[in-house]
Design a protein around this ligand. Sequence first.
Ligand code: RIB
Length: 301
Amino acid sequence: MTAGEVIVVGSVNVDLVVRIDHLPQAGETVTGGTFRRAPGGKGGNAAAAAARLGARTRFVGLVGSDDLGEEARGDLTDAGVDVGTLGTTEAPTGVAAILVDHAGRNVIAVAPGANAELTGGHVRDALATVEAERAVVVANLEIPDGAVAAAAEISGARGWPFILNPAPARPLPGGLLDRCAAVIANELEAEALGLPGATPATVVITRGADGAEVHRPGRPVLRQPGFVVEVADTTGAGDAFVAALAWSMLEGMQPERGVRIACAAGALACRAVGARAGLGARAEVEALAETGSSGQRTGAR
Ligand code: RIB
């Protein structure tokens, strides 16, 4: 039997990050910041986070045939992600403009570019090449509905649990929630989509500094406080949480341990500027999950 995989079907961006004392209001200019270019995209970040945990990880998505596309591909490869199913298109590579303030809070504007061209056909063709018998598939909403729906459909046909991270939230294609093994949403996304009531799937709601809660039909809500870390940038914390929960499912962990590991992974992701700069290796995440103090600081939102 082949080893299991985490398969991420999603977006990949290059992030243009300005760290600034406070976030400007509309019409305001704030100067004195520092600039950094960093790998990003919710899908790319989740794939890098899963690989950092030691999971065999594959990415399904699109970049442009431009310099940023080469950079994004190289960053994923360096992170240990299999990019054999990362395609190239004529549209420019996705870019995110990100402002981060002194407390690590952010605002993000995305130009999806190539990500918006990912079709159900691309996803079907990519997943047809996967030989793994065991896999957990993750998708986010920075790609078109057809691509997400195809990922869910193929996952069902192959017997792979499908996790939806409905970020950023938008109305979902009919029937999609019924195909999910788990839905992982932040508070705003959960409210926008009527979660957890809208689906019989396990729903995990991330609450930033307050940790996360797991809703399962007919079971008491499982609550996990956040872990204390020094925060530099909360960008990508949610992606790290999603990846760790997917990995925990691949490893067959109980939900209690899985959500604790995911909260620890989300918190560690906040310790450096850039969505992937703070990602924790397996030993670090497990150490924080086992010994770290919880109850105050940040996690995934
Ligand atoms: O979740 C964080 C990510 O959202 C950033 O890396 C940015 O690219 C946007 O997609």
